[in-house]
Design a protein around this ligand. Structure first.
Ligand code: NAD
Ligand code: TYD
Length: 356
């Protein structure tokens, strides 16, 4: 038995693969295109684990996916691969359509052909788990109830629209072809290996580099934060016991305004790594131009996952954010490698071409 993880060199995928190998004996085939967001440094701790097979490639490459599925007799696919950054999707939406929509379509077709050829328990036990986001539901009013799985899809950014499209394809491949799928829609993650273009790692990095901490607009936008290890445990639960064709919301009941998150990070850094001049990192906060179409509030109701599958997060925001700051302080080499671009050198040496 083997699982195929796509996008396993990115933030959440790498955390998932590392956790999986720590908890299961089952091997992992890790298919990742190594875009700017993919970093084999995230997988350094399992570089010598013979159960981890890394393959550089595109989820849209049907022939490659077919070879991997057949060659390893894969029993489940967990699809993390995506373009994931909202600001980049505003700047250049084409890559988002290509990977999140066209790529997911190609992956579904390759998986369907493989699954069609399976027999007996191999066929009934097969799973395709699609990892998606709460952003497909759009923006909530300040006092509206949190998103349930029944909330209508109202994506507002090129990123969330492309993820919504991929969710619809996954749903249709189940409804029309019977492909055994489950989808998870998770809130904002944070934790180790988070690429420093996203709010939390960017603020930690800028704070330590004595740079301004950019807060978009009035900083009152609300996100519902979940520690990445808790997202990974939810995915394992849904993979093991999720009902076919269902979607499960994943979140930690940790709604925070962005400015509150930034102030919390500053306070923890003031304690763990005080500035040499004795001032607070909060003096570096700088309000900047808002993101176009910026969603005001996301909040997840994860009640279905708790009721049906008994999942609960282990971390509160307070424990998770402290662990995260400590991880970044202890892993400044990783941050340096990423922010300097050095992590791309290996890709170019290995593959002999400029990385995409
Ligand atoms: P990420 O950007 O850190 O990683 C994405 C990975 O996918 C990278 O390693 C990249 O190289 C790879 N990739 C991109 N295009 C590919 C392609 N065509 N073929 C193969 N690999 C490709 O993203 P992340 O934050 O780890 O998110 C992973 C998944 O979880 C995404 O589907 C995202 O939509 C979803 N999600 C993320 C969050 C969050 O807060 N980060 C929350 C909910 C859901
Ligand atoms: P981000 O980490 O990009 O995740 P998402 O857009 O998927 O929610 O951003 C989280 C929130 O932080 C979002 O409301 C935008 C805001 N933000 C800033 O205020 N400043 C920044 O520099 C960044 C990257 C994000």
């Amino acid at each position: 038995m083997t699982i195929l993880v796509t996008g396993g060199a990115g933030f959440i995928g790498a955390n998932f693969v590392i956790d999986w190998l720590a908890q299961h004996s089952e091997p992992v085939v890790n298919l990742d295109k190594l875009t700017y967001a993919g970093n084999l440094g995230n997988l350094a701790s399992i570089a010598n684990d013979p159960r981890h097979h890394f393959v550089r490639g595109d989820i849209g490459d049907g022939a490659l996916v077919a070879r991997l599925l057949n060659g390893h007799r894969v029993r489940a696919v967990i699809n993390f691969a995506a373009e994931s950054h909202v600001d980049r999707s505003i700047d250049g939406p084409a890559a988002f359509i290509q990977t999140n929509v066209v790529g997911t379509f190609g992956l579904l077709e390759a998986v369907r052909a493989y699954w069609d050829g399976l027999q007996g328990e191999e066929k009934t036990g097969f799973r395709f788990l699609h990892v998606s986001t709460d952003e497909v539901y759009g923006s909530l009013a300040p006092t509206a109830p949190a998103f349930t799985e029944q909330h209508r899809y109202e994506p507002n950014s090129p990123y969330s629209a492309s993820k919504a499209a991929s969710d619809h394809l996954v749903r249709a491949w189940h409804h029309t072809y019977g492909l055994p799928v489950v989808t998870t829609n998770c809130s904002n993650n944070y934790g180790p290996y988070h690429f420093p273009e996203k709010l939390i790692p960017l603020v930690i990095h800028h704070a330590l580099a004595s740079k301004p901490l950019p807060v978009y607009g009035d900083g009152r936008q609300v996100r519902d934060w979940l520690y990445v290890g808790d997202h990974c445990s939810a995915i394992r639960r849904v993979l093991a016991e999720g009902r076919l064709g269902e979607t499960y919301n994943v979140g930690g009941c940790n709604e925070k305004a962005n400015i509150e998150v930034v102030q919390t990070l500053c306070a923890i850094l003031d304690e763990l790594r005080p500035r040499v001049d004795g001032q607070s990192y909060a003096t570096q906060i700088s309000f900047v131009k808002d993101r176009p179409g910026h969603d005001r509030r996301y909040a997840i109701d994860a009640g279905k996952l708790e009721r049906e599958l008994g999942w609960r997060p282990l971390e509160t925001f307070e424990t998770g954010i402290r662990k995260t700051v400590a991880w970044y302080l202890a892993n400044q080499d990783w941050v340096q490698d990423v922010t300097s671009g050095h992590y791309r050198d290996w890709v170019e040496r290995q593959y002999g071409q400029a990385a995409p």
